[in-house]
Design a binder for this molecule. Sequence first.
Ligand SMILES: [Zn+2]
Length: 146
Amino acid sequence: MATSTQIPDAVQYELTLGSLTAQLDAYQKVVEVATGKRDAALRDLRTHCRHLHLIELELGPPHRMCTVCGAEERGWAYGYHVLVMQGDMGNPPYKQDRVLVERTTDSHYFYGRRLNRPIFGVGQSHPDFPGAGLRTYEQLTRVTGE
Ligand SMILES: [Zn+2]
């Protein structure tokens, strides 16, 4: 009776799959740790950013976005509450320091500035905005989620 040291195809197949799924599990853990670190850094950036350099979409409802941290606000109806610049109503902090670094009518380009980061709505685009400016600047720039 001959004995074989060759691993049967079915067993080799299972070993290969097991190895590949173990690799995927290990990489998934690396991605989760890196994503957590990225999100923490993004929260820190968004907490400290004064949103001084803005891009504005000149198409449809008024829309501005901070080019540094991605904070964005639609300016329709009640107007801007956080991303306010000279010439706008209201007097939130840093109004005089804000500059419009770019205007575009290309919505694909404008929304591309989000850089695959979670959306960060401020002012009347903040989830806590109740309407008619009944919240403070700090409340309307509070970082949520991620
Ligand atoms: Zn910002």
